[in-house]
Structures are given as structure tokens and as C-alpha cells.
Ligand binder design. Structure first.
Ligand SMILES: [Zn+2]
Length: 369
């Protein structure tokens, strides 16, 4: 068993979880001629968790039940540049108050609040956030939130938590090794590997990569990381909009904000040759980035997630698949499926909400870490 736990230990952990009301037995299934196995189901009514998505275009707060069913969300648009930590903390506090009020839940009874950030979280006594794209260096965001939030706060990279959510509830289910791409203004990826005994649950391990800053073009466009030719400089939301506006026959957008404009571009691609051409080129760059990942890591599933995946994914998926087919090694392409994320606009918030769920499951149902 890959967990390194004996089956007796697993039984003890599960029985603790049942006694604490976290999970319930959900019947027996045959196990290839051996003793029937007991199916375990997490109980949604065990408690509520909050997930926070701190993105470059929005801060979104979601309230979820314990099986990660969505109960309420609050979304605040923010400018794409210079997001300062203090105003972000203010938005998170407002959002938590808003979602618990909407759902009629007692804030004091929350099991935990997970926060996904677009950067690295380093733990040196306390968690410090390094997010160059936000201009954050060693920001003690979790501690800042703990001052005023009524529940334990957990923080991690948003691509990693999104990967976890797509493996649990989304398009990564059943995969052996999935790469979940977080497409937004920035571009990231998590490599998620399922392992026994809780396939796709507590046995999940994942790592993130700075996929957006792998180079796909020699002497290419300058990237905000300081390098040139990075994937993000071609498929990040701002880059795609700039591509369109640089066309000689581009029409100005009617809407404000990166998210609304990208939705407008996708809608326009139906009848506007320029917009269709930009989406086609974006699909090609993205497909090359994905083919490189496949040749490096040999996954069996690629999931296009994040708000750009949600907005643009369906329009570009066939062209992405075709580009990947041309560039990935054929035997590796033959074993991988490329799918759209299934978690909708609150995917990243839902991913962050997996942090307190993992904490409670890992501690055998205890409510405090
Ligand atoms: Zn870069």
C-alpha cells in the first residue's frame, strides 16, 4: 500500500473519522474475490469550510459544505496591477462575512479557511508569501488574516490547491498522474498524483511548477518575470487581449476589465476573423506548452482550469489537442486525455477549501490542527 500505512492503521483512522461524524459507511463492494470492502463517504453536514481565491483580476470567497458542495460565493473585482496585502485582507474579511450571512451559517463554527495565493508559500516559523507578479515578497498573509478570522487559516499555492480540487471533484478524477493547468493572467500548473488508500483523496500528492515561465520562443516577447519568450507572455489573459488589440482591424472592447474583455473576445471569434485568428494562435502556443509537459512528465490527464480555461477553453480545445498531437511523442500522446476543468468559475476558491478538509481528514477528524 503506497501510503505506507498498514490496513489496520487505515481502519483505525477511518473508525475515528466515523466516530467524529466526518465520514459514514456507504455500503459494501466486492473486491476481486477477497473480503468485500466497505465504501466510505464523507458527510457534507459535518461542517463548513471557506476557500479564498486571491487572483490578479478578482478576490473570490466561497463557502462550501464538507464534501465541497458550494453554498455561497462572493467575488470582488480588483485591478490587475499592484494588489496590496492590506486591502486584500479587507476583501477577504468582507467576503467571509458575506458568504456566512448569505448561507445563514455561524462563522464561529467554521472548520477552517483555506487561502490560495498566486505565488510560493515558504514556511520559516510562519508562512510567508512570495508572489512576484503581485509585488509581494515575504508577506505574512496568513498571520494577517488570523488576527480577525474566526477559524483556523491554511495557505498554499493556488495551482496546487486547484490541482487537488480537480483530482477530488473535477476532471482529474480517476487519473494516475494529472497535470492541472491554471490559466489566468498568469499561467501555472500542478502535477497531481493519486495514491492508495484514499484514491484521489488524502493519498494525493502534488507539486507546482512555474510552467508559465518556461520558454517557448527564442528572443521572444519580454515577460514580466524579466526573461523573454515565456509561455505566459503568449497565453496569459493580458497577452491574448494585447494580441487582439495589436491587429490593424481590431475593434475596441465595449466592456471594462480583463475577465469581461476576454469573454467578449471569445464571443467575437464567431464572426470576427481577427479574434478567431488570435484564439487559434493562443491554442497553438498553449498546445506547445502542454506537449512539452507531456514529453517531460508522461501524464495520463491534462486539465485546463482557472477562469481563462472556463472562458476560453471550449473554444480552443480542439486546436489545443491538434497542436499537442503534432508536438508530443506519439506513444505519450496516445495515453493522455486533455480535458476542460469541471469546477466552474469558483474552481480556485474550491481548491483552497480543500486545505482545511485535508487537515481535518489527516488529523483523524480533529477540529483543530
Ligand atoms: Zn516569464
Amino acid at each position: 500500500m503506497e501510503s505506507g500505512l498498514s490496513s489496520a492503521t487505515v481502519s483505525n483512522v477511518v473508525s475515528d473519522l466515523i466516530n467524529d461524524g466526518v465520514v459514514a459507511e456507504a455500503g459494501l463492494v466486492d473486491s476481486d474475490g477477497g473480503r468485500p470492502r466497505t465504501l466510505i463517504q464523507v458527510r457534507g453536514e459535518f461542517g463548513h469550510v471557506v476557500g479564498v481565491d486571491i487572483g490578479e483580476t478578482h478576490v473570490q470567497i466561497g463557502l462550501f459544505d464538507y464534501t465541497l458542495g458550494t453554498l455561497a460565493t462572493a467575488t470582488y473585482s480588483v485591478a490587475a496591477t499592484r494588489l496590496e496585502p492590506e486591502p486584500v485582507v479587507g476583501l477577504v474579511l468582507a467576503g467571509v462575512a458575506e458568504v456566512v450571512a448569505k448561507a445563514g451559517v455561524d462563522a464561529g463554527g467554521l472548520l477552517g479557511i483555506g487561502v490560495g495565493v498566486p505565488g510560493a508559500v515558504q514556511v520559516a516559523g510562519r508562512e510567508l508569501v512570495y508572489a512576484p507578479t503581485l509585488g509581494w515578497s515575504a508577506v505574512p498573509l496568513a498571520d494577517m488574516l488570523r488576527r480577525d478570522l474566526p477559524a483556523p487559516v491554511y495557505i498554499d499555492n493556488c495551482a496546487r490547491t486547484l490541482g487537488q480540487a480537480e483530482m477530488w471533484r473535477g476532471a482529474g478524477r480517476g487519473a494516475r498522474r494529472a497535470i492541472v493547468a491554471l490559466l489566468g493572467v498568469g499561467v501555472g500548473a500542478a502535477v497531481a498524483t493519486a495514491s492508495e488508500p484514499f484514491r484521489g483523496m488524502a493519498g494525493l500528492t502534488s507539486t507546482t511548477s512555474e510552467w508559465g515561465h518556461t520558454v517557448i520562443n527564442v528572443d521572444g516577447r519580454p515577460c514580466r518575470c524579466g526573461s523573454r519568450g515565456c509561455l505566459e507572455a503568449y497565453v496569459g489573459a493580458e497577452a491574448v487581449l494585447d494580441d487582439y488589440l495589436a491587429l490593424p482591424d481590431a475593434r475596441p472592447f465595449g466592456s471594462e476589465g480583463t475577465e469581461a474583455r476576454l469573454a467578449e473576445l471569445v464571443a467575437r471569434a464567431e464572426g470576427d476573423g481577427g479574434a478567431a485568428q488570435v484564439l487559434g494562435r493562443t491554442a497553438e502556443y498553449l498546445g506547445i506548452g502542454i506537449a512539452n509537459l507531456i514529453n517531460l512528465l508522461s501524464p495520463d490527464r491534462i486539465v485546463l482550469s482557472g477562469w481563462v480555461g472556463e472562458t476560453m477553453g471550449a473554444a480552443i480545445l480542439p486546436a489545443v489537442r491538434e497542436t499537442v498531437r503534432r508536438h508530443a511523442l506519439s506513444y505519450m500522446y496516445g495515453q493522455v486525455r486533455i480535458e476542460l476543468g469541471q469546477l466552474g468559475q469558483e474552481a480556485v476558491a474550491l481548491g483552497a477549501a480543500t486545505l482545511p478538509v485535508v487537515q481535518v481528514l489527516a488529523s483523524g477528524g480533529s477540529l483543530r490542527a
